[in-house]
Design a protein around this ligand. Structure first.
Ligand code: SF4
Length: 203
């Protein structure tokens, strides 16, 4: 199986554009998106950034000041605390500028490899491979990797895919995972890469 060919096919069939590339916006939106549907994340982000434009403004508020704004994204208490901690750190430690390296991004409160890699690719145009549950599940189903955690998948995929695909594969696999290769009952009958899939459970 030509993994690069199949990855290109996924990117082509399931394109996903990141309209806003501002690093602080991307960072906070990724926090909001955890366990949230796209449409709910969008509403929460819109509400939040309509009122507080940047890390400076958000670093001065209390979590309860933003509860209502981000409620549509769910887990709002936890997310509000996290967002304000990040805003404070960006202000105090990085003079209002989100850092552009993996090591520094990982030092921000609650920021893991997935979020850091999304920011690196979307905002700083760096080759970074973000692995979430969709990328992890699909890569294993396809038979590209045999891994137990998203982090293991990230390192395995970096060896299998050319760097130019590291960034785009995340968003496209997320789309593919939501529309076709869903966690439960994947729509294998309509899957454009059916013949390349090694999953025993495929229908
Ligand atoms: Fe996913 Fe089914 Fe397509 Fe395999 S055939 S990639 S399990 S949707």
């Amino acid at each position: 199986m030509d993994i690069e060919k199949v990855a290109n096919l996924i990117v082509k069939k399931f394109p996903r554009d990141h309209k806003i590339k501002d690093p602080f916006y991307v960072l906070i939106t990724t926090v909001l998106s955890q366990r949230s549907k796209d449409e709910n994340t969008e509403v929460a982000a819109k509400n939040l950034f309509a009122k507080f434009k940047n890390s400076k403004e958000l670093s001065k508020v209390k979590p309860e000041d933003i509860y209502e704004l981000i409620k549509p994204a769910g887990l709002y208490r936890q997310k509000a605390k996290r967002i304000i901690e990040i805003a404070k750190t960006v202000e105090e430690k990085y003079k209002g500028k989100v850092p552009n390296t993996l090591n520094e991004l990982l030092k921000l409160p609650g920021v893991g490899r997935k979020t850091a890699n999304i920011v690196l690719y979307v905002s700083f145009n760096k080759e970074a491979l973000a692995v979430d549950t969709h990328v992890h599940r699909i890569s294993n189903r396809l038979g590209w990797v045999k891994t137990k955690t998203p982090e293991e998948t990230e390192f395995a995929l970096m060896k299998l895919l050319p760097q130019k695909l590291w960034g785009p594969i995340n968003a496209s696999m997320v789309e593919f995972g939501k529309k076709v290769c869903k966690p439960v009952k994947p729509d294998c009958k309509n899957c454009p890469i059916y013949k390349y899939c090694k999953w025993e459970g495929k229908k």
